[in-house]
Design a protein around this ligand. Structure first.
Ligand SMILES: [Zn+2]
Length: 448
């Protein structure tokens, strides 16, 4: 995911071109990630905007939302992408009026066409980078994380190999994807993968996508966005999604579904409503704009909400960003309703299914209390609610409240010592709180 050049600080097209001229070449390729849609200032995303800076090099640049990418002309040629194609999921090779690819690849299936031709990061480098990343996470106070992708390059194998030489600094729970078109046999294979585990990692749950992103025009909305987009689910037949969730539920497997648009959120709640009481727990990731009538359903159905307050920083308070412009005033005013969901009784975990925003636990606690951009200040959580979102409520969302999430006799010793009380200190001080100690399963993973 985060291989190549970090483009997240780029704010306009000139900045993007400068970054691409200076970017490291890997086997001749320019790889980038973290690119903000706002860089294009509302222009259609097109490789023609960057070709001169690349001087013919193949380039594959992931947009920050993880749901789309821009490929250069040489990259399209290398992957044999020369026109539109049909997929079993809502995914698109965006083409101009003459049917020529613009380089904008929307959603997973289109982006996956590039995978076979991209340079592969050598195993030793992947191992070293992963251990360094998990150590850096522990240094911000994180004891555990959910990885909602098994990856194309055998992540369980990588984790098992790391554990032959030492311990993972952060406990990991992995969820494989279930994509549209999955057969019953493929679903049963996902069930068999569950509980595969090492010392400090295990597979638990299955990840779904109900839609894409607002900025990409692929969120599933009750009403179209300002470009007339956003009226389709990622699953061309949403009922097939429901049937897949029901089959996994009967097998005792919980799910996490990416649902950003209001229609996507409603469909996931409708699906869980058909499951009846009891059984494994299900949760929804993101929930970026949700109307009043859906808020109470989370608590009523026992569906956990998982939201990442730092995502609010990708929007602007004056609503001139692509997220707000596409949704329009009414829906943009319902941005990241963390507080309303808590007050409606929902369990709210402060996390994300994908590493879009920075992982720093203190930044999450701070932004939960003082949301940014289009999210109104009244959606800010109390200090205690924010802390619960990273401890007790996070454990509940994972169905692990009897194991972890609190400091109590008999529970796993997963704990973090900050140099201040995050429930009392102002949000900006919490964001910079010194981390004194991080402990995972009784072992020290970070000490200042
Ligand atoms: Zn997601």
């Amino acid at each position: 995911m985060s291989s190549g050049t970090d483009l997240s600080a780029v704010t306009d097209l000139e900045g993007l071109r400068a970054a691409l001229r200076a970017a490291e070449r890997r086997e001749g390729w320019v790889l980038g990630f973290g690119l903000d849609h706002n860089v294009f200032g509302g222009r259609p995303i097109h490789h023609g905007l960057i070709e001169e800076a690349l001087a013919g090099a193949p380039a594959f640049l992931r947009l920050y939302d993880g749901h789309s990418a821009l490929a250069s002309a040489a990259a399209l040629t290398a992957a044999g992408i020369d026109g539109p194609r049909a997929f079993t999921q809502r995914s698109e090779i965006v083409c101009d009026t003459d049917g020529r690819p613009t380089g904008h690849l929307n959603e997973h299936a289109a982006m996956d066409l590039m995978t076979p031709v991209l340079p592969v990061t050598p195993y030793a480098e992947r191992r070293d980078r992963l251990v360094a990343l998990l150590s850096a996470m522990a240094a911000t106070g994180l004891t555990a994380a959910h990885v909602m992708d098994l990856g194309g390059h055998d992540v369980p194998g990588l984790l098992a190999a790391i554990e032959e030489d030492g311990d993972l600094p952060v406990r990991l729970r992995l969820a494989p994807w279930c994509m549209p078109g999955a057969t019953d046999e493929e679903l049963d294979a996902l069930v068999r993968l569950q509980e595969r585990a090492g010392r400090n990692w295990r597979i638990g749950g299955v990840k779904f996508f109900m839609d894409g992103t607002v900025e990409g025009g692929t969120a599933w909305l009750e009403h179209a966005d300002c470009h007339g987009q956003g009226t389709d689910a990622f699953w061309p037949d949403p009922e097939a999604y429901s049937a897949a969730v029901r089959r996994l539920h009967r097998a005792g497997v919980g799910t996490a579904t990416h649902a950003i648009g209001d229609a996507a959120v409603r469909h996931v709640l409708d699906t869980v409503e058909t499951l009846g009481a009891g059984g494994p727990r299900h949760r929804i990731e993101h929930i970026e704009t949700v109307p009043d009538d859906q808020l109470g359903r989370f608590a009523a159905l026992g569906v956990a909400a998982s939201m990442q307050p730092p995502h609010t920083a990708y929007t602007r308070a004056d609503h001139t960003d692509q997220w707000s412009l596409r949704l329009g005033e009414e829906r943009a005013a319902r941005a990241w309703r963390c507080r309303d969901l808590r007050e409606a009784g929902a369990h709210l975990a402060l996390g994300s299914d994908w590493p879009i925003a920075h992982y720093d636990a203190r930044e999450v606690l701070a932004t939960a209390r003082a949301p940014r951009g289009a999210a109104s200040a009244r959606h800010g959580l109390t200090g205690l609610m924010a802390l619960e979102g990273m401890t007790t409520h996070a454990a509940h969302a994972a169905g692990e409240e009897a194991l972890t999430g609190r400091i109590a006799p008999g529970l796993r010793a997963d704990l973090t010592a900050l140099a201040l009380d995050p429930t009392e200190a102002p949000a900006d001080e919490t964001a910079e709180a010194p981390v004194v100690l991080t402990v995972g399963g009784g072992g020290i993973t970070f000490r200042s």
